[in-house]
Design a protein around this ligand. Structure first.
Ligand code: PLP
Length: 485
């Protein structure tokens, strides 16, 4: 085992540009190799094979950095999912913006913690600045605020915690009591909503689900449900609308839902984890009409702003509502407001204590590519989804299940139409597994109306219409190889 002086020497050696280049060289090789469209998109190896590869005792002594990087190159990278490959069209995780990738090592090197302003002087200033820009995009006034989060799940929990404090002002001290309020959401809401309800101790039976019409919340059904709940004396803590649903990328009618909520004095939370980035796009912004009526919004820059994980955001129309969400007293850590000023410590507004400065990569991305540039990227991703929709409509063996409102598309292999729905469920499940294992591309799947369907999300600026046509052709080839007709 190396002695202390040699470890200190290793640490110093690892601060050099030569050491850093070992890692950046790996990353740039990956970016270059995936641009060629050669090589598998994912791995054909089993979980057991991969577990076996790393099944070794805890290393008690260190090894040369070159040897560690060689293990990354030889053992980790070859069996990764290659999100930068143009035919990776799987989950909603981006092929991240290069300038944001490189910012990550700086974020780690600086290691500023966002809970307390004195631990992150410039990063706290930047977080307040970026939050304000995002609030302006929403159309919020001067009282608005927000904080970065680990993602949409935490952002929705935070928004609903704020709603809970607004509905039950003494909840932090006395709990929710026997008469728990109700949370209303659409049937296609992300599980972040039910998870938050569970976490907050409201009880899942206090979720009221509104059915969809054309994959969007049925506003008439919402209106009737709210009338019934209020007539029955139920307290409605929040309505959650979705802007960019996970399954189909559909947008609820925020204007109509927001108007209803305003009329009843109900908190509207918009889960815009996926779709709020449409605010950057001249073409798609209209899908968010009415978003400014929300009291809280979840927005994930690590989705459609193509940042590397993690970068989420919760915005609130009134910043003080977030302080209500976490009515935390920690005078040993947080500093009170200077006379007449607001508290700068973001820890009073966010779930985490130690929190990395994810704002740096967001700020760098905005500086480097501009909000308009990111909006054009958003448009491009949606254009490719539309091109795929047209190609599927033209293919006799597939059917599209909806016209894409964003970059997400669900479809189903139907062959020559002779199979029943149950049989098609089995074939579609097997087809996806087989195609993904082939390495030619990588897609995902979901359940829609009780049926197994294929699903793609276009999260890579390199993916073209020709790539998604190749994905369809590859799926058709695999279906043929399975003996499906
Ligand atoms: C609509 C929606 N909300 C919330 C989430 C959860 O976001 P995160 O994974 O960043 O926590 C997702 C992720 O897929 C989503 O699609």
């Amino acid at each position: 085992m190396p002695d202390t002086p040699s470890i200190l020497a290793d640490l110093e050696a690892d601060t050099s540009i030569a050491a850093a280049n070992l890692f950046t060289a790996l990353a740039t090789e990956y970016l270059a190799e995936t641009a060629t469209r050669e090589g598998p998109v994912s791995t054909g190896r089993t979980r057991a094979e991969l577990n076996l590869r790393f099944d070794e005792p805890l290393p008690r002594g260190g090894m040369a950095l070159e040897a560690v990087v060689a293990r990354l190159r030889d053992e980790v990278l070859p069996d990764c999912n290659r999100l930068y490959h143009p035919r990776y069209v799987g989950h909603q995780v981006s092929a991240p913006l290069p300038a944001a990738i490189w910012t990550e090592s700086l974020t780690a090197a600086l290691n500023q913690s966002l809970a307390v302003a004195e631990m992150s002087p410039t990063a706290t200033a930047l977080e307040h600045r970026v939050v304000r820009w995002m609030c302006d995009l929403v159309g919020y006034g001067a009282a608005a605020g927000g904080t970065l989060t680990s993602g949409g799940t935490e952002a929705t929990l935070t928004g609903l915690l704020a709603a809970r404090s607004a509905a039950i002002p003494d909840v932090w001290t006395n709990g929710i009591g026997a008469d728990a309020p109700v949370v209303v959401c659409g049937e296609h809401a992300h599980y972040a909503v039910s998870r938050a309800v569970g976490e907050m101790g409201l009880g899942l039976r206090n979720i009221v689900v509104i059915p969809s019409r054309d994959w969007r919340m049925d506003v008439e059904a919402l209106s009737t449900t709210l009338d019934t709940l209020l007539r029955d004396g139920r307290r409605v803590m929040a309505v959650v609308a979705t802007a960019g649903s996970t399954a189909t990328g559909s947008f609820d009618d925020l204007h109509a839902i927001g108007t209803l909520c305003e009329r009843h004095g109900i908190w509207l939370h918009v889960d815009g984890a996926h779709g709020a980035s449409a605010l950057l796009s001249g073409t798609h912004r209209h899908r968010l009409r009415g978003i400014e009526l929300a009291r809280s919004i979840a927005w994930d820059p690590h989705k459609m702003m193509l940042l590397p994980l993690s970068a989420g955001l919760v915005l609130v129309r009134e910043e003080r509502d977030l302080e209500g969400a976490f009515a935390q007293r920690a005078p040993y850590l947080f500093h009170g407001a200077d006379e007449g000023e607001r508290v700068w410590d973001q820890g009073v507004r966010s779930f985490l204590c130690s929190r990395r400065a994810d704002v740096l990569k967001l700020w760098v991305a905005l500086q480097r590519y501009g909000a308009d540039g990111l909006g054009r990227l958003y448009d491009g991703l949606c254009d490719v989804a539309r091109a795929m929709h047209s190609a599927i409509e033209a293919h006799p063996s597939f059917v599209a299940l909806h016209a894409p409102e964003s970059n997400i598309l669900c479809f189903r292999w139907i062959g020559d139409g002779s199979m029943g729905d149950d049989e098609l469920d089995v074939v579609n499940r097997g087809l996806r597994e087989r195609y993904n294992r082939s390495g030619a591309g990588w897609i995902t799947a979901t359940n829609l109306a009780g049926r197994r369907v294929l699903r793609v999300t276009i999260m890579n600026a390199r993916t073209t219409a020709a790539d998604v046509e190749e994905v369809i052709a590859g799926l058709a080839r695999e279906a043929g190889a399975m003996g499906a007709v």
